[in-house]
Design a binder for this molecule. Sequence first.
Ligand code: SF4
Length: 68
Amino acid sequence: MVRMKCILTDCVYYKEFPDKPGVGFCAHKDIMLHLSNSTCPLYRMDWAKKMAKAQKLRVRLKNKTNNT
Ligand code: SF4
């Protein structure tokens, strides 16, 4: 486990500390080999996270259109 800042919160390897929401870390076992790269070659989109965000947006839009 490497505690580092990463803005790609939709990566499958991005995790948050359960007791510190918003504080993330990279859980990939090989991240130490890629720390000098400007882009992360280990990034993999987590479709479950994307779908959860899309579902929240869908509900917000539905509520917004129902209230107008
Ligand atoms: S693998 Fe790369 S993109 Fe994914 S959490 Fe780790 S540093 Fe971020």
